[in-house]
Structure formats: C-alpha cells, structure tokens
Ligand binder design. Structure first.
Ligand code: NAD
Ligand code: HSO
Ligand code: ZN
Length: 438
C-alpha cells in the first residue's frame, strides 16, 4: 500500500509539484482507447445488431440470444430477489424520489412590459438512454439514480442498457421504477447503439450514466456527432477528497477512503488535513482494515493513486479542495457546516462524522452520478432538470410592439441589419395607415 509514500507538506511544494499531486490518474492507453472506441462506434453504425453480438462475445464473453430482455423476465425478477433487498430498494427509492421531486424546473409566464408577454415552457426530453455500469460491480443503485429523475421529468421513452449478465437485482430495481425496456449490452457498443439505433434498439435523444474509460470515451465521441445525441456529463472513475482536522475520527476516514477505492483501479482519494497525527492514524487504520477487505487489487491500485496532504490550517485545506474540484467532498472537522460558504467546487458534499459517502451513494436522497476529472468547476451532479428542456415563448400585442419598436429599430440599425428593422417598421406603418383610415 503505497499511500504511506504519498504524503506531502503543501507548503514545501513548488507550483509544479502541487499541480502534479492534484492531477488525476492518467488513463492508460488513452489514445488507443479513443481509437478502439471510434472503431466500435463505426462498426455498430454499419453492422448494427451483428456488431453488438460480436462485441458482446469479444469483450464480455457473452453470447446474446435476445438483446432486449423479455417482459416476463423483468416482471419475474421480483420473485427472484430477497424481501430484504426489495425493502432496501423501496426505502432508497422513497428518499431519492423525495429529494428529486423538488428539483423540477419551473415555468415562467410574465408580462415584461405592457403588451409583451414572455414565457418559459418546460418539456421532458422524449427519449433517454440510461447506462448502468456492470463491469467491476453491478451498479444497482445507479438504476435508481437515473430512472427516478427520468420518471419525475416524465420522459416518454426510457430505455436502459447494462452489460451481461444483467442481475435480477438490476432487473427488479428497473421494474420497480417503471422501466420496461432493458437491453443486455454494455461498453462503447451500448453507447453507439443508443446513438444510432439498431434493429433491436431505438436511438435516443440523450444518453445518461457513468462508466469506465470505454463508455466515457464513447459518450464523448457520440456527443460530437452533428444531430447526434447529447450526454449528461463525463462521469468517470470515482474520486473523493476528505478535509480533516485534529477532531476527526481517523478510523471513519480510513473506512471512507477504502469504500471509494474499491470502485476501480483508477479511483483516487485525497486526504487533506491540518493534523499530522490524524494523517498517521489514518494510515494505521487503513493497514488494519485492509486485512479484512475484499477487492484488494482494486483498493491497492486506487490507494497508489491517492495522496495525503498536510496543510498549515483548514483554510489551506479548502483552497486545495477547490483547486481539485472533487466529485465527492467529505468535511470532517469541528464545525463542518461553517466551512460550506467557502466551498466553490465539488460534486456532492458530506458534512461531519456521521455522513459517509456510502449514504449518498445509495439511499440518503442525493444523486450519485457526479462530475469527475475536475469538471465540478463548471458542471453539477445529475438532477431532474437534466431530463428536461425549456422553450421560450413571446406574444406581443399591437401596442406592445409599438412601445418597443424604436428600441428594436435602433439596435437593428446599429448592427446594419436593415431587414430586421423593416420587420418592425413595416408593421408600425400598417398601424399608422389604419389610424389614418379611421
Ligand atoms: N462518476 C460517477 O458518477 C460514477 C458513478 C458510478 C460509477 N462510476 C464509475 O463507473 C465505472 C464503471 O466501470 P465498469 O468497468 O465497472 O463497468 P462498465 O459497464 O462501465 O464497463 C464494462 C464494459 O466495458 C467494456 N470493455 C471492457 N474491456 C474492454 C476493452 N478492452 N475494449 C473495449 N471495451 C471493453 C465491456 O463491453 C464491458 O461491458 C467505475 O470506474 C466507477 O468508478 C462513476
Ligand atoms: N461512488 C459512486 C460514484 O462515484 C457511486 C456508487 C454506486 N455504488 C456505490 N457507489
Ligand atoms: Zn461509491
């Protein structure tokens, strides 16, 4: 476990070192992945279902019989999962629904000035594709995180893709959210199928969901296609930054660090603390907990990517956190809420001793699909509004237009767009003519 070697005193570092320490783990073979994905997308576009059969065999060692899961299998999943699991899904669903139902975009309808009415109308995105990762772990909770906001937004066609073999737990979670169309296909090939459609899969307007480097690259590539689908965000490998002081519980911190490092080989955890004692205790606890951990290869690889940074004070911790812009930020300090006002870049924030990231991952109510790679600087975590769009409307009366006509004419003239000006002036002249006729 190399995290013991990755300890730094922030004030001893030069600018170059600081940048290097806060960099994300490099995606190995980035260029090769981009090339492979380009090829997969091209092939799926051309060969459609045949390509899906081929890639499923190649990458997932799975022979597809039916790409679309049969309704009977989806419904029957409720008899194949435990009562305890069903209860857990219902409780998580209730909380996620409660928090997301408040997030719907609101319509606007206002008379801006007499005779000028402006509106903003909200509509659901018609067809959405939800990608549920299934390579390293079947992310059942991601079904809830994507399906519940899609349902609240009232998207008409909601389809779900996940790599084979789709578990009964994923089928049940989808079923209990009201999803009826499930395709057993994963990776870049699933994203391409959602973008172009195949004999079995209808293309969608927007693709949602996290995934590995192939899925993320495929989302990026299809989102660049003119008239192609849009995407929610690039939700890559899990990241966690923890701010701690001398009042923190080192054992809790160690467990939070392990929980996120088990996600994949490329996860990253950064502990930033003003207390050298806490840093040392965390390392001891990690070593102890590791003895009884599963997924040890993933954890060790993620811990190698991870860092412990010692600062002079808490404000320096916050400065570093804002610079890194983590997907998840845990603040375990004396009065964590008082620090919130200083946080400007983070996907989701967990305050205090009793708010492990696992709560937000599964059941507290917030969404776990969050921006990674520092994009929390400008992008928010997933919410209902991502499944909605807006349209503006305006209606001017004859006197409304007369009142604003001069302003429009002057601005159009200043842009030397005389046809724009005429569209107003001509209308005005017809009003004048009518008045003269009276
Ligand atoms: N940021 C977020 O909000 C968030 C949320 C949940 C999960 N995640 C992340 O999502 C990721 C899930 O990744 P995963 O791998 O478990 O599942 P995945 O479903 O994203 O990827 C599995 C698929 O990758 C394809 N694949 C594997 N090797 C390939 C190769 N050599 N060439 C082409 N395709 C190949 C296969 O088709 C397979 O079906 C994790 O990194 C996790 O941290 C992020
Ligand atoms: N931490 C992940 C987001 O980065 C979400 C997740 C799903 N299951 C467990 N965790
Ligand atoms: Zn997680």
């Amino acid at each position: 476990m190399n995290i013991c070697k990755n300890i730094y005193y922030w004030s001893n570092l030069n600018a170059q070192d600081k940048k290097q320490i806060l960099s994300r783990p490099a995606v190995t073979n980035k260029k090769q992945i981009a090339k492979d994905v380009e090829n997969i997308i091209h092939t799926v576009k051309k060969e459609r279902n045949q390509a899906l059969y081929k890639y499923s065999k190649l990458f997932d060692n799975f022979t597809i019989k039916d790409i679309k899961k049969k309704n009977i299998d989806i419904i029957n999943s409720k008899n194949l999962v435990s009562q305890e699991f069903k209860k857990a899904v219902q409780i998580a669903k209730k909380n996620i629904f409660k928090f997301h139902n408040l997030q719907k975009l609101h319509e606007i309808d206002i008379e801006i000035q007499p005779g000028i009415r402006c509106q903003k109308l909200i509509r659901p995105i018609e067809s959405v594709g939800l990608y549920i990762p299934g390579g390293t772990a079947p992310l059942i909770s991601t079904v809830l995180m994507l399906a519940i906001p899609a349902m609240i937004a009232q998207c008409k066609n909601i389809v779900l893709c996940s790599p084979p073999k789709i578990s009964n737990e994923i089928l049940y979670s989808a079923y209990s959210c009201g999803i009826e169309t499930i395709y057993e296909i994963g990776g870049a090939q699933a994203i391409a199928a959602l973008a172009f459609g195949t004999e079995s899969i209808n293309k969608v307007d927007k693709i949602f969901g996290p995934g590995n480097a192939y899925v993320t690259e495929a989302k990026l590539q299809v989102s660049k296609i003119i008239n192609g689908p849009s995407i929610d965000m690039l939700a890559g490998p899990s990241e966690l930054l923890i701010i701690a002081d001398e009042t923190s519980r080192a054992d809790f911190i160690a467990l939070d660090m392990l929980s996120q490092s088990e996600h994949g080989y490329d996860s990253q955890i950064i502990l930033v603390t003003s207390s050298i004692n806490i840093a040392e205790e965390v390392i001891i606890h990690i070593k102890n907990f590791l003895k009884n951990s599963d997924r040890i290869d993933c954890i060790n690889s993620s811990l190698n990517n991870s860092k412990i940074i010692i600062t002079n004070d808490i404000m320096e911790c916050i400065f570093i956190s804002n610079l890194y812009a983590p997907e998840h930020l845990i603040i375990q300090t004396k009065n964590p809420r008082s620090l919130l006002k200083n946080i400007i870049n983070a996907g989701s924030i967990f305050l205090g001793l009793w708010s492990p990231e696992s709560a937000g991952d599964y059941a507290s109510g917030t969404n776990h699909v969050l921006p990674t790679y520092g994009s929390a600087r400008s992008i928010s975590g997933l919410g209902v509004s991502d499944f909605q769009k807006s349209m503006t409307v305006q209606e001017l009366t004859c006197s409304g237009l007369s009142n604003i006509a001069h302003t429009i004419e002057i601005l159009a003239e200043s842009e030397q767009l005389i046809a724009h000006k005429n569209a107003v002036s001509f209308r005005l002249s017809t009003i004048m003519d009518n008045l003269n006729d009276v």
